[in-house]
Design a protein around this ligand. Structure first.
Ligand SMILES: Cc1ncc(COP(=O)(O)O)c(C=O)c1O
Length: 359
């Protein structure tokens, strides 16, 4: 919290999520005059030189952070991660396998089922998605395997992607850029920006160029990866502001030391919070320890009747966004990149004091 914005609270919401303060301050300046152009960023043409340069910079930073070379296409698309649930099977073929690790994974599978015979390779639904299933029932003919790297609602996360024969498609909406990832195990990665990357409105899709050949000509133009790639994500008017802020966030990540530094910072924050959950009897983690997410820490109170008081008192102390997803309840603290370690210290101190008051 800076002196310039004394009313800002500590934001643990799951998305749209906290953004780095220097990024918000830069975006604020750019609203009136982008880079000395005399035009605000919201007014800038997507066909002009300024946008072309900022988009190229954002893409360059993204490629450097991930180590993605020319064999990867990088697209900035509208429609959120939810549109990718349909675009992936439309472009790659819907005879595909899905691992169901939460509500978002299930939605992706349900969308693919509308388009073909999407098959469940594994699911942890029987145990309320408290873990990542290990045994995968893979079909040799599958066009791809779809996984969700981090389960925003249930607080579980794949430690490592599985090595499988089919192309691996990963919904990384809630952990892309929070840690290094092994690109060689992936074939398509997508993420809505509004957690670790920027504001809502832009979705990043990275795919191996060779997959572009699969996009059929007869699918709607706006849903065709090949069209977006051919037009460098400028087929229609892109979300200029969202792409700009994403570029600022990516530059901020790079300046912090890149993905290795992000992973260390996120690991430490999550470790601190899980330690409190395991130490204080009032709190119970909901995910099995081996599969706990570093991004979304989910827990309940042993006295569920105290949850409303927990949330209300936290809010009074400036700790907001802690209510679990409406479908599961409980408490969820999202610890995305921009959440400062000091915010986690404040949360842990609050949890200790609240537990002491609860006797
Ligand atoms: C893992 C995951 N996938 C997909 C979505 C849906 O994203 P969007 O709202 O951008 O469509 C979310 C949103 O929270 C998510 O966490």
């Amino acid at each position: 919290v800076s002196a310039a914005s004394p009313r800002r609270v500590l934001h643990f919401g799951a998305g749209p999520a906290a953004l780095p303060l220097p990024v918000l301050e830069q975006a604020q300046r750019d609203l009136l005059d982008y880079a000395g152009s005399g035009i605000g960023i919201l007014e800038l043409s997507h066909r002009g030189a300024e946008y072309g340069a900022l988009k190229e910079r954002a893409e360059g930073t993204l490629r450097r952070l991930l180590g993605a070379g020319d064999d990867w296409a990088v697209l900035f698309l509208p429609g959120g991660a939810s549109l990718q649930f349909a675009m992936v099977p439309l472009n790659l073929g819907a005879h595909a396998d899905y691992v169901l690790t939460g509500s978002w994974a299930k939605k992706a599978w349900q969308e693919a089922r509308k388009l073909g015979d999407a098959h469940v390779a594994a699911t942890s639904e029987a145990t309320h998605f408290d873990r990542i299933p290990r045994d995968l029932d893979l079909r040799p003919t599958a066009k791809y395997l779809h996984v969700t790297s981090n389960n925003t609602i249930y607080g579980t996360q794949w430690r490592e992607m599985p090595e499988v024969p089919a192309p691996l498609v990963c919904d990384a909406s809630s952990d892309l850029f929070s840690r290094p990832l092994s690109l060689e195990r992936h074939d398509l990665i997508y993420a809505g920006a509004q957690k670790n990357l920027g504001p809502a409105g832009v979705t990043v899709v990275l795919l191996r160029r060779e997959l572009l050949a699969r996009s059929p000509d007869d699918i709607p133009t706006m849903l065709n990866y090949r069209v977006h790639e051919a037009h460098q994500s400028n087929y229609n008017t892109p979300p200029v502001f969202a792409v700009h802020v994403m570029g600022l966030v990516l530059a901020w990540i790079e300046a912090q030391g890149g993905l290795v530094a992000m992973a260390a910072r996120n690991e430490a924050k999550a470790g601190r919070l899980y330690d409190a959950i395991d130490r204080i009897p009032l709190y119970q983690g909901t995910a099995v320890p081996a599969d706990r997410s570093r991004m979304n820490v989910t827990f309940t109170l042993s006295d569920p009747g105290r949850e409303d008081a927990f949330l209300a008192e936290a809010r009074r102390e400036g700790l907001v966004g802690l209510k679990g997803h409406r479908s599961v309840g409980g408490i969820r603290a999202s610890l995305y990149n921009a959440v400062e370690p000091e915010a986690v210290e404040r949360l842990v101190a609050f949890m200790e004091a609240f537990a002491a008051r609860s006797g």
